[in-house]
Design a protein around this ligand. Sequence first.
Ligand code: ADP
Ligand code: MG
Length: 584
Amino acid sequence: MTGEELEGALLRIDGHGYKAYKAIAGCYALDDGLTLFVDHVQGDPFAAPSKLRVRVDAARARLPALGDTDVRRIAFEDYLARRVADAVERRPRGGRGSGRSGEMSIDAGGQIVLQRTSVVLTDDWVEARIYVGLPGDGRRVLGRQAAEILCRTLPRIALGALCADSFEEDAARRFVDCVDNQEGLREQLAARGLVAFVGDGAVLPRASGASDRPLDRERAVPFVTPEALRVALRLRNPLATDAGTVDELHGMAIPEGVTLIVGGGYHGKSTLLQALEHGVYPHVPGDGREQVVTRGDAVKVRAEDGRHVASVHIRPFICDLPLGRGTDEFSTDDASGSTSQAASIVEALEVGSRLLLLDEDTSATNFMVRDARMQALVSKRHEPITPFIDRVRELYERHGVSTVLVMGGCGDYLDVADHVILMRDYEPHDETQAARRVAAEHGTGRRSEAPAPMELPASRAPDARSFDASRGRREVKIDARGIDRIEFGTQSIDLRGIEQIRVTSQTRAIAHAIHLASKRFMGGGATLREIVDALDALFDREGLDLLDPYHAPGRHPGSFARPRRYEIAAVVNRLRTLRTRRPG
Ligand code: ADP
Ligand code: MG
């Protein structure tokens, strides 16, 4: 059908009961090379807005060929989604209906770039997935306003945002190149024996605790590379600067091994570590962290008392609990600070992380260290904990697991560090040699307490029956409540301890990915590691459209952004109904 026919239909139902909107579900040729799909129509103006897609044919859009690799295509899609979001923001807003009448949105924006479902680019067309609140006056259709929105505003937004005519190709190319460069930098880390890189001049601090945007340039102290840790990495796409074109980037290398970030309180230690945590994702141009990249297997681990733990082998860190309780398959519904941190480390290793990020601010003191005096007072027989300080070298030397640790308060760690970065007035200094001297001159007097060598954990096999997503009459009731809570069937899962989830659409994707995995991948005793492998392969192959179980192929799939395997596993591990078996 055509746009005129849609307009006619909307005018005809003007004033009718709101349910009359159901009749407009379908597909409309609005303009030359421009198609509108009305996939799902809301039941009333107060309900979740309707799901629409607008598609522009390649011949009409004539987009520049920026997406020739997966990384570049995803970056370009992200860029286009931001353009649609801007156009949605700037749209003329007439009329006043009830409830969510006239609302319009697309899932886009923020400081990081992710594979999302909101814009899809193929060889034949480009499509934006949009939400629109169909206007109603109480429960009556406002057909004239609906026609204005669907037949005029939406086409203008789509053509304005998705067509080359109204398009600064340079800005798009800069965006895509910038993201591509970050992935290119990340790719060089492993071969050069590095876990992270922080470019010269990076701006790490954020505007506030509640904002991920950069602190303004007048107040932020830009990153200065300490000479001893300087490296140059190649750029895939040369950058134009005032001083000419550059094809490599200088900055601070953090090598594999054990790296301490030390320094006085408020001197920027945690800010640096947070930049590394978020450096597993590419950032948008202008973020300040476009030249901060961390190896993709980095996992931030923190203490999280009260969390659920299901059959985790925490013996390397904790053994012989009071009253003879074992820790080979440790389960609890209410972990302590130290047991939660131990479990989170073992779980990260289980699904393949080989880089741990820890901050003293969010660690359990007794998990991190037991000093000489405490060793003298409390006999090892009565202390179940093998502190992290007694495992961190073994993790690296025997298992290739590196650690970056913020530690301002406990110098005992100087003994176990390969590299020591001292933050002073937000400027990093390589103090590795000085730290060696101090360690030699001031013995700690403590003894290593590891009772036996540590092995890396075998992966557990989750029982599919642990994943009941039903609630009431609904077979599947799953939702994200903001970034750090998932409603899964009758359960509510607290994600506040999982710090590398950055947007709510990732949370939503994780919730649905877990359900999908329980249906598809958990039958034959697959391990959690195999399950996250299978999900990654599925997302690589088919994208994220298939995550919603009620989704019909070729329709608006809802808003999902790609989560990492570590965060998917972390949510599985926090499910209070989780039961697992040893594999084999
Ligand atoms: P620490 O962990 O050493 O106690 P933080 O990293 O929490 O310190 O930083 C303390 C404060 O300094 C924060 O408000 C942070 O935003 C700010 N800050 C951090 N790095 C910089 C910087 N490079 N320039 C300006 N302010 C910064
Ligand atoms: Mg701190």
